[in-house]
Design a protein around this ligand. Structure first.
Ligand code: FES
Ligand code: FES
Length: 163
């Protein structure tokens, strides 16, 4: 077992954090246990459920499969950093409006994955939306409302772009 402590410095949600932690600490544990950013959920801890998804340099990645030390100097966004101050991100707003949040356990991962999709492609087709959310398991729903929320968010992003 690794008992040595390394200084880990991470930029999360536009803020830099440094902590002396075991070199083996995962990004998921770093976020939840060290930074108390518990919006990133622990499901399987095995890379299968997708609930621990965060954005690294704008790309969805599984925090349970990454070491915190391996993502130093990269830009990490968790669900706590997706909104713009009090203004929800369009994906978050659309999830509320479509009733796409049930227990909410998968919601942070779904919202971050959808936000990343819309940054790349503000007009995704249904297949792209399905692919985007397919990496996260939702135990509550048949995904229909989540897909509707991503479509609604896409419309809202496009309308904002047209202004
Ligand atoms: S907790 Fe990371 S994929 Fe399930
Ligand atoms: S809303 Fe409960 S797991 Fe998706």
């Amino acid at each position: 077992m690794d008992t040595s402590n390394d200084l880990v410095t991470l930029k999360v949600n536009d803020r830099e954090y440094s902590r002396a932690v075991a070199g083996s600490i995962t990004l998921l544990d770093f976020l939840r246990e060290e930074l108390n950013l518990t919006g990133t959920k622990r499901g399987c801890d095995l890379g299968e459920c997708g609930c621990c998804t965060v954005l690294i340099d704008g790309r969805p990645m599984l925090a349970c499969l990454m070491l915190a030390a391996d993502v130093q100097d990269r830009v990490i966004t968790t669900i706590e950093g997706l909104a713009d101050g009090p203004a929800l991100h369009p994906v978050q707003q659309a999830m509320v409006e479509e009733g796409a949040i049930q227990c909410g356990f998968c919601t942070p991962a779904m919202a971050l994955s959808a936000a990343a999709l819309l940054w790349d492609n503000p007009d995704p087709d249904p297949a792209a939306i399905k692919r985007c959310i397919s990496g996260t398991i939702c135990r509550c729903t048949g995904y229909t409302k989540i897909e509707a929320a991503v479509r609604r968010a896409a419309r809202s992003v496009q309308e904002a772009g047209d202004d």
